[in-house]
Ligand binder design. Structure first.
Ligand code: ATP
Ligand code: MG
Length: 572
């Protein structure tokens, strides 16, 4: 075990790298990259890739670059570039001075395209996009050669230059690699290398009106940066022969592409196209809506980088597609918050409780433990007075069986304060609902102790009505009602499974006074209610809290039973 992290051979990719180090394949170097396309915000799936690429660099004392794969000007924006850098940093990773853009290589990539033309390995094709598709054939039928395939090298050079010069409209021509229209791998059937696109690029402006495809950019960028292991998701497995072909034909340094299974999560959609749709069509309140699986959404929800990194370590990497139970992600979050979150009291659905025999105007400062998991976090004072708020759920006039909370005649412990016994209720004359509960306290039970040893089963939380801070609290449920959002009736799409009650806003909550000016981003456990994070919508004196996660850990139960989730992410 090294001191820098997990042992470097815990997954098949690290095993490959270990082997390459033994055979000195890259002169002992390990150099990875994380290559996002700046066309959306990063999500938890990207976090898996980030942890993998940067984690490998860390474990093998190598390097990891951040490279924007910005070859598609029509969908890319600076806003996304900035957010991606912020999110990678927040996750705890550092690319030092190795920030790159594929667009910085456009001139070199163009020169390589010319080299391919000169070698008779590329040609300008005048088929339309639809015709290219039609000529490509299918998995069972070979494709047909383009009628433009045998253009002379000089004509190809001339046309390609004029494509660059802007002489032709969008879509009228492409540059294609001359490989094999009968290849069983469709990616090798004369793939497009360049397309005409008169669009402004977020970095190169109007300098270019032809743009290289992902396939003709990615390997070359890896080569320029002297990446050793180019790690990507499984859908690129069929592109690897093309990746290798371009680098071989160009005769330039070739990294090794290795594919792994992308992360899928239950109750979650992960593609950027869908996340963009949810944002654009107003199903959520922006990319950082706390219900989104984006890094910024998780951050606003109250996730810690440590919890996300730990989750990524636990799911491991494999070559088999699978769906991870979102319960595991939440479990990792609870584990982390349990250690770090200060405990406080707050009431979400308030019910007035009046302690009739407690002197009017008297206030006592009760000592409360900040974190039972960490004595070093100390204690704080919470004011106790005659009129309190308790949770509506903590009182029942007619209690169900085994109800240990407050009910007429029954004694209950007010956390850190006193034992109280319910004496009467006041009802709303219109609705008939309980509006206020009255009780008496036993002064001999200060701090919640029972000097006579009597047993009291229930302990409930409370706040002092005169001292509490008014707050809004937002409760969240999964964004989708089904574990697989794609499980829909014919004619519907995943949006049919959006959960109409994924957000519940409670606008009349009360928090203990220490939270009055809590800083956005700070995290707490509200005793018995869950973990919460202060939202940036908060104003001084009126906090807004997001419930990060409840306290009920279904995953821990599964794990205890030894079921381990049945292949749903319990590896590693
Ligand atoms: P999406 O499918 O969400 O649109 P993408 O693959 O188009 O994602 P990129 O910006 O190209 O997004 O991704 C950057 C890197 O993150 C790539 O190496 C990609 O393979 C990886 N990645 C994307 N989604 C996942 C995922 N769900 N799990 C693991 N890695 C992912
Ligand atoms: Mg992509």
């Amino acid at each position: 075990m090294t001191t820098t992290g997990p042992t470097p051979s815990t997954d098949f990719i690290r095993a490959i790298i270990l082997d390459d180090l033994k055979t000195n394949k890259y002169g002992g170097r390990v150099h990875t990259r994380f290559p996002p396309e700046p066309n959306g915000y990063l999500h938890i799936g990207h976090a898996k890739s980030i942890c993998l690429n940067f984690g490998i660099a860390r474990d093998f004392k190598g390097l990891c670059n951040l490279r924007f794969d910005d070859t598609n000007p029509s969908k890319e924006e600076v806003e996304y570039v900035d957010s991606i850098m912020e999110d990678v940093r927040w996750l705890g990773f550092d690319w030092a001075d190795r920030l790159y853009y594929a667009s910085d290589y456009f001139e070199q990539i163009y020169q390589w395209a010319v080299q391919m033309i000169s070698a008779g390995k590329a040609y300008v094709c005048d088929l339309t996009a639809d015709e290219v598709r039609e000529y490509r054939g299918t998995l069972t039928e070979p494709g047909r050669n383009s009628p433009y395939r045998d253009r002379s090298i000089s004509e190809n050079r001339d046309l390609f230059e004029r494509m660059r010069a802007g002489e032709f409209p969008d879509g009228s021509r492409t540059l294609r690699a001359k490989i094999d229209m009968a290849s069983p791998n469709l990616n090798l059937r004369d793939p497009v290398m360049y397309r005409i696109l008169h669009a402004s690029h977020h970095r190169t402006g109007d300098q270019w009106c032809i743009y290289p495809t992902y396939d003709f950019t990615h390997g070359q960028s890896d080569s320029i940066e002297r990446i050793t292991h180019s790690i990507c998701t499984l859908e690129f497995e069929n592109h690897r022969p093309l990746y290798d072909w371009y680098l071989r034909e160009l005769g330039i340094y070739a990294p090794q592409q290795i594919e792994f299974a992308r992360l899928n999560l239950t109750y979650t959609v992960m593609s950027k196209r869908r996340l963009l749709e949810l944002v654009k069509e107003g199903f959520v309140n922006g990319w950082d809506d706390p219900r989104m699986p984006t890094i910024c959404g998780l951050r606003r929800r109250g996730y810690t980088p440590e919890a996300i990194r730990n989750f990524c370590a636990r799911i491991g990497v494999a070559k088999m597609d699978s769906v991870v139970d979102i319960g595991l992600l939440e479990h990792c979050l609870r584990e982390d918050l349990n250690k770090r979150a200060q405990r406080v009291m707050g009431v979400l659905r308030p019910l007035r409780l009046v302690v009739d025999n407690y002197p009017e105007g008297q206030v006592e400062q009760m000592e409360a433990v900040n974190n039972p998991e960490d004595a070093g976090m100390g204690t704080r004072k919470v004011p106790f007075a005659r009129t309190l708020y308790i949770e509506q759920d903590d009182f029942r006039e007619i209690p169900p069986k085994k109800y240990h909370r407050l009910t007429p005649g029954q004694e209950v412990r007010l956390r850190y304060a006193y034992l109280v016994r319910c004496t009467s209720v006041v009802k709303d004359s219109n609705s008939g609902e309980v509006a206020e509960v009255h009780c008496t306290y036993d002064p001999a039970t200060r701090g919640g102790n029972t000097p006579d040893g009597r047993k009291v089963k229930g302990t409930i939380h409370w706040v002092s009505a005169d001292h509490a801070a008014a707050a809004e609290v937002r409760l969240y449920d999964h964004l989708f009602t089904k574990p697989d959002p794609d499980e829909v009736a014919p004619g519907q799409d995943y949006k049919a499974n959006l959960n109409p009650s994924s957000l519940e806003r409670l606008s009349r909550c009360w928090l203990e006074p220490s939270l009055k000016d809590a800083a956005p981003g700070s995290r707490y456990q509200l005793e018995r209610l869950g973990y919460f994070c202060v939202d940036p919508d908060s104003k001084p004196g009126s906090p807004v809290l997001n419930r990060t996660v409840s306290l009920v850990d279904t995953w821990a139960k599964i794990e205890k039973k030894g079921a381990g989730g049945g292949g749903r992410g319990a590896r590693g």
